[in-house]
Design a protein around this ligand. Structure first.
Ligand code: GAP
Length: 458
């Protein structure tokens, strides 16, 4: 796909290189040549992604009394996928080249290139294309020691179904009544025909999904509410508003069960792409499971004395895609031509390391005092210690990975128990007392307060 905004400093190549060089993301099984479309998060990347997931969980689950969490198994009864429609419908159209054996999405041929002659589209080279076949994206495996069809199970392609099949368990155990939601974060697997663009489309990824159950008739208002709230979430964690947009699906794009769907799209270096989908799934899923399982998954409202199958509003985000978007959006370069610095302007609460403690010299008792400060701050936030190289180079190393604060321990520290506190973005430094550091660091790296509006306007 073409680079969409050539005037932007950030490119996918810079992000991929930074991720590898600084330990955010590595190719999976790299020493064996790598496993295509699978990635491992390194020391900094695992912190960053964990912070993204915590930010979602805090805003979506913990900060609200009307939403609870779940953590379901990845393997589920095969009947779940029959009932949900994934066994029969979760397909992409696939086409092969008989000459080079390249495999492509038939509906995306205009974006693909021939593996042998990259300047040509598949089929426009000497190769002949096969007919289009439907390819089911679910990974199949076997449970137990017998590999027959009776033992076939699937790696879940979305976390949502675990929530639907537990709907009644949650209603009964957590005493929830619509409107209420169930959130889940977890791995999903799709045997994508054409994965690519780094973390953007992989075969193993993590989703952050909310299924919000509402009374039919109130669904349109809740649908609009969740669209607004999810956009606000990305804004509040620092994504530049002009790089985000909401794209409402046209009626011929909608899944057969959806009454509406809007994608939150981000302006990636590869172009505007889906970051999160927000769908009105109606009562489709619960009704499918009612029919297939024979269990009653309806809700009885004992105040209104009425029984109904709730509608579901589903904001469904990708944790890896969001992590990539936060990295891309935070990437910046500044300073004069001969003294340029790369800086990740991550929201402080997302930054993998919150504060770096740097002794000015490797002698004179400074490292020892710095280690005491590391121990003090480390009880509260993620801390790094660095004594290698000039202080300027050390600041640059921290800027490049997004560390919002630097604490420098110098000879004055030994005299008056103060340190300099440096700000990543402004590069300004101020002298502060060590005794005040914990409070200052916690305050400067705190997450944003979740939006106060908990429901659509009446
Ligand atoms: N339950 C609804 C559902 O799964 P989806 O639009 O297929 O909807 C939701 O997926 C989100 O999951 C996407 O917006 C994207 O962020 C993430 N996602 C989906 N497929 C992905 C893949 N192959 N690699 C990385 N993230 C993916």
């Amino acid at each position: 796909m073409p680079e969409q905004t050539p005037d932007r400093i950030v490119t996918m190549e810079k992000i991929v290189n930074l991720c590898k060089r600084r330990g955010f993301v590595f190719q999976s099984s790299e020493i064996y040549g790598g496993l295509i479309s699978c990635y491992d998060y390194g020391p900094l990347g695992s912190e960053l992604k964990r912070n993204v997931k915590e930010a979602w969980w805090r805003d979506t689950v913990n900060s609200r009394a009307d939403i609870v969490g779940l953590d379901c198994s990845i393997l589920m009864h095969p009947k779940v996928w029959e009932a949900s429609g994934h066994l029969s419908n979760f397909n992409d159209p696939m086409i092969d080249c008989k000459l080079c054996k390249g495999r492509f999405r038939a509906d995306q041929l205009e974006h693909a290139s021939c593996p042998k002659k990259p300047s040509k589209r598949p089929g426009q080279c000497d190769g002949e294309l096969t007919d289009v076949r439907q390819f089911n994206l679910m990974f199949k495996t076997h449970m137990g020691p017998v590999e027959d069809s009776a033992a076939a199970v699937y790696l879940r392609p979305e976390t949502a179904q675990g929530i639907f099949v537990n709907f009644i368990n949650v209603v009964n155990s957590a005493r929830m009544k619509p409107p209420f939601g169930i959130g889940q974060i977890g791995k999903s697997f799709r045997n994508e025909i054409t994965p690519g663009n780094f973390l953007f489309r992989t075969r193993e990824f993590e989703q952050m999904e909310l299924e919000f159950f509402v009374k039919p008739g109130t669904d349109d208002a809740w649908y609009a509410y969740w669209q607004e709230r999810r956009l606000q979430w990305y804004h509040s964690y620092g994504i530049e508003p002009s790089n985000l947009r909401l794209r409402e699906h046209a009626s011929d794009e909608l899944a057969h069960y959806a009454k509406g769907c809007g994608d939150v799209e981000y302006n990636f270096p590869i172009g505007w792409q889906e970051l999160e989908g927000i769908a009105n799934r109606t009562d489709f899923d619960l009704k499918q499971h009612i029919e297939a399982s024979g269990k009653d998954l309806s809700f009885y409202d004992d105040q209104a004395k009425e029984r109904y199958v709730p509608y579901v509003i589903e904001p469904s985000a990708g944790a890896d895609r969001a992590t990539l978007a936060f990295l891309v959006d935070a990437y910046d370069e500044d300073g004069p031509e001969d003294d340029r610095r790369a800086v990740l302007r991550l929201h402080p609460s997302l930054a993998p390391i919150k504060v770096a403690v740097l002794p000015l010299m490797r002698k004179g008792g400074l490292p020892e005092r710095a280690h005491e400060i590391v121990a003090m701050l480390g009880a509260h936030v993620a801390v790094d210690y660095d004594q290698a190289g000039s202080i300027g180079r050390r600041y640059r190393r921290q800027d490049e990975v997004g560390t919002p604060l630097g604490v420098t321990v110098d000879y004055q520290t030994l005299e008056d128990d103060t340190v300099t506190l440096r700000d990543r973005d402004t590069m300004e430094q101020q002298r502060v007392a060590i005794g005040a550091l914990v409070d200052i660091v916690r305050e400067k790296t705190a997450p944003p307060v979740p939006a106060a509006k908990l429901a659509p306007d009446a």
